[in-house]
Design a protein around this ligand. Sequence first.
Ligand SMILES: [Cu+2]
Length: 161
Amino acid sequence: MKYQRPLLLTLLLPAAAMAQMQGMDMPEQFAFGQPAEESAATRTIHVEATDTMRLKFDSMSIRRGDVVKFVVRNSGQAPHEFAIGDESFRKEHLLEMRKQMAGMEHQDVNVLSLKGGETKTIVWRFDPVKSKSVLFACYVPGHFEAGMYHRHVMLKQALPN
Ligand SMILES: [Cu+2]
């Protein structure tokens, strides 16, 4: 009887830890890159999301390995997203968005959700090797289908001087 309690605790702890991990929003790993600190950004790109279903970039010369601060402004009235992704993220995220109630925001580290008139920033470190093609998109239902995306073929990393 005396030893039963510690033994039980030992057995229960891993299960409890696992349950807690599953309940938590674990940061997703993406082949094309990861979020970065603002201080690490080497350049800033301005993006405008419009009600004409476009994402307009003031520059698109992004290289693999770049750390870019995107300043995204929703110049329209409708909510828009700015998602940094790739083909596999698109498939996964479109499904996710269809399941969600309209207007619900989600927690993806690679997605900004913007209400009309809002401006938000995201800093992204593009993988130096794997970020070959990146898909910038808005996944508000119907928007991607209406052309609200930009597929960018990344330039190769700059050679060190
Ligand atoms: Cu949109």
